[in-house]
Design a protein around this ligand. Sequence first.
Ligand SMILES: Cc1ncc(COP(=O)(O)OP(=O)(O)O)c(N)n1
Ligand SMILES: Cc1ncsc1CCOP(=O)(O)O
Ligand SMILES: [Mg+2]
Length: 217
Amino acid sequence: MNPNKLKELLKLYFIMGSNNCFENPAHVLTEAIRGGISLFQFREKGEGCLLDGNKYALAKELQRICREHDIPFIVNDDIDLALAIDADGVHIGQEDEHVLSVRKRIGDKILGVSVHTWAEAMAAKAAGADYFGLGPIFPTSTKKDAKPVQGLSFIRELRNKGIQTPIVGIGGINQENASMVMEAGADGVSVITAISHAESAFKAAAELSKQTQDHDR
Ligand SMILES: Cc1ncc(COP(=O)(O)OP(=O)(O)O)c(N)n1
Ligand SMILES: Cc1ncsc1CCOP(=O)(O)O
Ligand SMILES: [Mg+2]
């Protein structure tokens, strides 16, 4: 995808699965969209997550909501699911299927890759990544097997070295620290609990959206 268009989409990237929600996931997503999220990732994994047909049904339901509001729908990890429902893209990490193989399978759909080092970033870019997910930027308890906290230094390093690839930060990002991530050089922030655990997903998304929109670089 065109990098400038993608940078716009990455501004407020909401990630969620059923086990991240205290309320009905369809309701949480609808409220987050009303608040101004720009991209959605379906990440159905971890303790108590839905499997097989139930996972597929929730993906279809959330994808329908996204389509109604023109929000692109990204699938985490599960390339088969992404292809089965004709999602707009996938996000993979270093422990998932190889970037080159995923790029071949998904054609020109959006491909996001988690990177933690310069070497991983260069390899992902060469293999066809559209954007980098960098994190955890701050401490998080949402992903039990997350890598060590990296702070803002890696975002700055990539930008200082002239890397233009769209970048989104992830991990422990909320209304208090989102601007710092943008100032460091990210094009957007991705959040799970800052929206999914908020008393009002609408208000949380609206506040985050305001902060990321204010940072037009
Ligand atoms: C936007 C974004 N960035 C990073 C991740 C993490 O991906 P990964 O390292 O593969 O870990 P899991 O999310 O699969 O547990 C992400 N999902 N999205
Ligand atoms: C999926 C993922 N990858 C790195 S940290 C993280 C979890 C982010 O969740 P939260 O926004 O609740 O900290
Ligand atoms: Mg993964």
